[in-house]
Write a protein that binds this ligand. Sequence first.
Ligand code: SAM
Length: 215
Amino acid sequence: MARAESEHELSRKRPLDASGVMIEHDLTAGKLDLPGVFDNDRLVEIEIGSGKGTFIVERSKLRPDLNLLGIEYAKAYCLYTGDRVKRNGLENVRMLCCDAGALFTDCLADQSVWRVHIYFPDPWPKRKHHRRRLIQPAFINQVRRTLKIGGQLLVVTDHFGYFQQIRQVLDSAEGFAETPRPIAGQTGEIVGTNFERKYISQGRLFYSAGLLRYR
Ligand SMILES: C[S@@+](CC[C@H](N)C(=O)[O-])C[C@H]1O[C@@H](n2cnc3c(N)ncnc32)[C@H](O)[C@@H]1O
C-alpha cells in the first residue's frame, strides 16, 4: 500500500529527531493538561492527521502566538513532522501519536481548544469502511464540547462522497454557525497542506466547510 511504503521511506532516509516536540499521553489517564504541555496558556489549535506536517510547520511560522498540537496516528509521519518542527526551531508545536477520536472523547477538557483543522481526512471510499470515517455525529459533538465559544472547526476534502456525508453531519450538529474557510494561497491565514498544495497545482477540485461554535 502506498502509505506503508512512504512511511517506511520516511524513517529510512535519515535518523529523525523529534525530541521535545513529541509528547505522550495515555488515553486512559484522563484529561490532557494543555497549558502544561505548552508551558503557557495561549490559545490552542489542533490539526488532526498532520501527515508530513506542511500545514502545522507553516502555521507555526505564521502564528507564533498560538499553541499548535498535531494529532497523527501514523508513527512515522508523527516523527517526521516532529523532526521538521525541530529543524525549523519552532517552539509552539507539539505532536501526539494517537487516534484523534479517542483523544477528543476522553482526553480534552470542555472549551479548551480554539480551532480544529481537519484537512484531507482518510475518505475510506468503500461502503463497508464508511464507519471508519472520522467525521461522524458523535465525534462532531465532542469537537463542539472541546471548542471554546467562538472557536472554529475547519474541514477540507477532495472526496465528494465523503464531503456529502460531512455536510450532513455538520448541518445537523447543534450550536454551530457557518463560517468561511479561507482558501490556501489566497490569504496569509491558511497555508495549505501537502495535499492541498498538490491539488491546487493540478487544478483538482476540493471541498471545504467551516463551522463556528456560537453556544
Ligand atoms: C490523507 S492524509 C492527509 C494528510 C495531511 N492532512 C494533508 O492534507 O497533507 C490523512 C492523515 O490523517 C491521519 N489520520 C487519519 N485518521 C486519523 C485519526 N483518527 N487520528 C489521527 N490521525 C489520523 C492519517 O494517518 C494520515 O496521515
